[in-house]
Design a protein around this ligand. Structure first.
Ligand code: GDP
Ligand code: MG
Length: 440
């Protein structure tokens, strides 16, 4: 599976202290293979890999984050970027009704998505009218009518003898007359792309001039999603897509193809047969799904949030100098805390899972004590630990404020000074050790 594949590729990177052209080749090969297996189109994969490679080589190593994790983050970010960064909501016309045209092959979930979208819009207080233009299968109209009843939304239909273009035109007119916010036009599909279907769809589009033309794509479609998107986009012009059947075991590689080939956003995902099973599409969630490595990404994300690169570099410089003070130390500790429990954090670091729960608890208690004591220091004392080394009365005041003994404060000051000296001597590698501060 993808996750295991990538896991072994990341291992090549683990333990290296730099991301370089040579050490990412294995990982890149795995990403490439994984995406292909995930049914991402070959050309899309090629472009993607080239971008990732370029970005990875220029990347600076973030202090405290392993290169393999950082590489995952680069892959992840690139995935998110290709898929469009943020969710793009459905159009809302200045002058209602907003007209939405559904397009796609038969069986992809167009009719279901039409009803799902109506229900979704109602939650935003947007009223809808559904229009049934699939006259080729009598059951198709019934299906939409049934769904409409189920969600209490009106359906416009003229039976199976009317012309689909005419049904669409009249449906929109009806929506206008009724003062409906959005009209969603369900259309017929074929099992294969064929010219009659395309011509009819183009004609409907030309007639009603929709604000949205949404291509409905079955996530299980695989490699074909790319060709399908290209054909529909070239011949009809789409403004977005709905990726259906994501409740299945497809990894969602089609999302990447659809977006890259059309340049249009995926707006929703279908996650089940029920009418409620529609969700806005979020590129970051899909990237996690495609990579299948939520935990690692979670870690890197959190690290990234807390340390922006410049800050990390400044901190590192400071740590190596004599200027590192209690305020910096507090900042570091808060960083650790924000990243979750110490235990959770350490468990994500390989080799660290051998630490006992007892030791972890001690470490966390120790961090809390340390924080309480630093909080009781004045600004001056934080920047100048020597003040504390010299003044018992200051140490006593801090001890009282924090609820500990003067000897505790003394120990903190001694440990801190020792740590600072040690850090200056240490050539910096990963996350700084904090001797004596973690109860070790
Ligand atoms: P259409 O031919 O494009 O209109 O497709 P339909 O809306 O009739 O759906 C075809 C089949 O796919 C139906 O059995 C739906 O219940 C099913 N379906 C549609 N969307 C989803 C989805 O998101 N998940 C799952 N599991 N099934 C879906
Ligand atoms: Mg249908």
């Amino acid at each position: 599976a993808l996750a295991e594949r990538l896991e072994s590729a990341w291992k090549t990177l683990r333990g290296q202290d730099k991301i370089s052209q040579s050490n990412i080749q294995d990982a890149l090969r795995e990403v490439r293979r994984a995406l292909l297996e995930g049914d991402v189109n070959l050309q899309v994969v090629k472009n993607f890999i080239a971008d990732v490679e370029a970005k990875a080589q220029g990347a600076e190593v973030i202090s405290g984050v392993r290169p393999d994790q950082q590489f995952i983050k680069i892959v992840y970010d690139e995935l998110v970027q290709v898929m469009g960064e943020t969710n793009v909501p459905i159009a809302s016309a200045d002058k209602p009704p907003t007209i939405v045209l559904m397009a796609g092959l038969q069986g992809t979930g167009k009719t279901t998505a039409t009803a799902k979208l109506a229900l979704y819009l109602r939650k935003q207080n947007r009223s809808t009218l559904l229009v049934a233009t699939d006259i080729y299968r009598p059951a198709a109209i019934d299906q939409l009518v049934t769904l409409g009843k189920q969600i209490d939304v009106p359906v416009f239909e003229l039976g199976t003898d009317a012309n689909p273009v005419e049904i669409a035109r009249q449906g929109v007119a009806q929506a206008k007359a009724d003062g409906v916010d959005t009209v969603i036009i369900d259309t017929a599909g074929r099992l294969q792309i064929d010219q009659d279907m395309m011509a009819e769809l183009a004609k409907i589009k030309q007639t009603v001039q929709p604000h949205e033309t949404l291509l409905v794509v079955d996530a299980m479609t695989g490699q074909e999603a790319a060709n399908l998107t290209r054909t529909f986009h070239e011949q009809i012009g789409i403004t977005g897509a709905i990726l259906t059947k994501l409740d299945g075991d497809s990894r969602g590689g089609a999302a990447l193809s659809v977006r890259q080939i059309s340049g249009q956003p995926i707006k929703f995902v279908g996650v089940g047969e029920k009418v409620e099973a529609l969700q806005p599409f979020y590129p970051d969630r899909m990237a996690s799904r495609i990579l299948g490595m939520g935990d690692v990404i979670g870690f890197v994300e959190k690290a990234q949030e807390e340390i922006d690169l410049a800050d990390a570099e400044k901190m590192q410089e400071k740590m190596l100098s004599a200027k590192f003070d209690f305020s910096d130390f507090l900042k570091q500790m808060r960083l650790l805390k924000n990243m979750g429990s110490l235990g959770g954090l350490l468990k994500m670091i390989p080799g660290m899972n051998k630490i006992s729960d007892e030791q972890l608890k001690q470490g966390e208690t120790q961090l809390k004590r340390t924080e309480a004591m630093i909080n009781s220091m004045t600004k001056q004392e934080r920047t100048n630990p020597d003040l504390l080394a010299k003044s018992p009365s200051r140490r006593r005041r801090i001890a009282r404020g924090a609820g500990y003994l003067e000897s505790d404060v003394s120990k903190l000051v001694t440990d801190f000074t020792k740590m600072r000296t040690a850090m200056q001597q240490m050539s910096m590698g990963g996350f700084p050790g904090m001797p004596g501060m973690m109860g070790g």
